[in-house]
Design a binder for this molecule. Structure first.
Ligand code: SF4
Length: 222
């Protein structure tokens, strides 16, 4: 492991020792549903609608038999609710038809479900099945690039770089820590570099404050 990666992981652990998903769930099925709902929506909004949704549709079988219009009403508090309702019902039908009503625990199988991309699949693998997976969402993408952990131009490229540099035993927790850091400090606009615990190891910050130091990255620091 590169020396500064080692140091970054240490600083992240100190700053966010308890980092974990904020989505509330009691089973792989509930996490799958919550994660599909979380696209372009805050976890808090998702947690507001899922109790009623899970009360009405507690299993993949119940959701598979639902009318997407009824599901859309239950999740009206999240963005794109009609589209997400269609995905949820279609995904539940696939779970019933292809996986015996259970959420599969492999990436390839999860990716066959409607509404499930790499990020959602990896969140489910990591948090429902404790499988090593490093999901790259908008926060992980931005923070990893600013820190200099990747210069990838797509989430897949950043995912590949992170998984190459970080030991697999740290993938799950590093995902959560990078998200917390992105939400609280390394925000998309006006990152709070002046109070950032990672600044001494951050390529974008060092480049901004010591322009001749380090590799050039697109730092987007306002
Ligand atoms: S120093 Fe600034 S750009 Fe670098 S990780 Fe911290 S907040 Fe983000």
């Amino acid at each position: 492991m590169a020396k500064n990666v080692d140091k970054l992981l240490e600083l992240l652990a100190q700053a966010y020792p308890e980092a974990r998903t904020e989505l509330q769930f009691r089973s792989p099925f509930e996490l799958l549903v919550a994660t599909i709902l979380s696209a372009q929506t805050t976890d808090r909004q998702v947690n507001r609608v899922t109790p009623l949704l899970f009360q009405h549709y507690p299993t993949p079988y119940a959701l598979a038999a639902a009318d997407p219009e009824d599901v859309a009403k239950d999740i009206a508090g999240v963005g794109l609710n009609r589209t997400k309702a269609r995905y949820l019902v279609a995904a539940a039908r696939k779970l019933v038809s292809d996986f015996g009503g259970s959420v599969p625990d492999s990436l390839d199988s999860l990716l066959t479900l409607p509404g499930v991309g790499r990020k959602t699949a990896k969140v489910v693998l990591a948090n429902a099945f404790s499988r090593p997976a490093l999901a790259v969402d908008t926060h992980v993408f931005r923070v990893a690039r600013r820190l200099g952990l990747s210069q990838g131009r797509t989430p897949e490229e950043v995912e590949r770089d992170l998984e190459a540099k970080i030991p697999s035993t740290h993938w799950i927790v590093t995902h959560h820590r990078l998200i917390q850091h992105g939400r609280r400090v390394c925000r998309a606009r006006n990152p709070r570099c002046g109070e950032c615990p990672l600044a001494t190891e951050c390529t974008a910050f060092l480049q901004k404050t010591q322009p001749k130091a380090g590799r050039k990255v697109e730092n987007n620091l306002a």
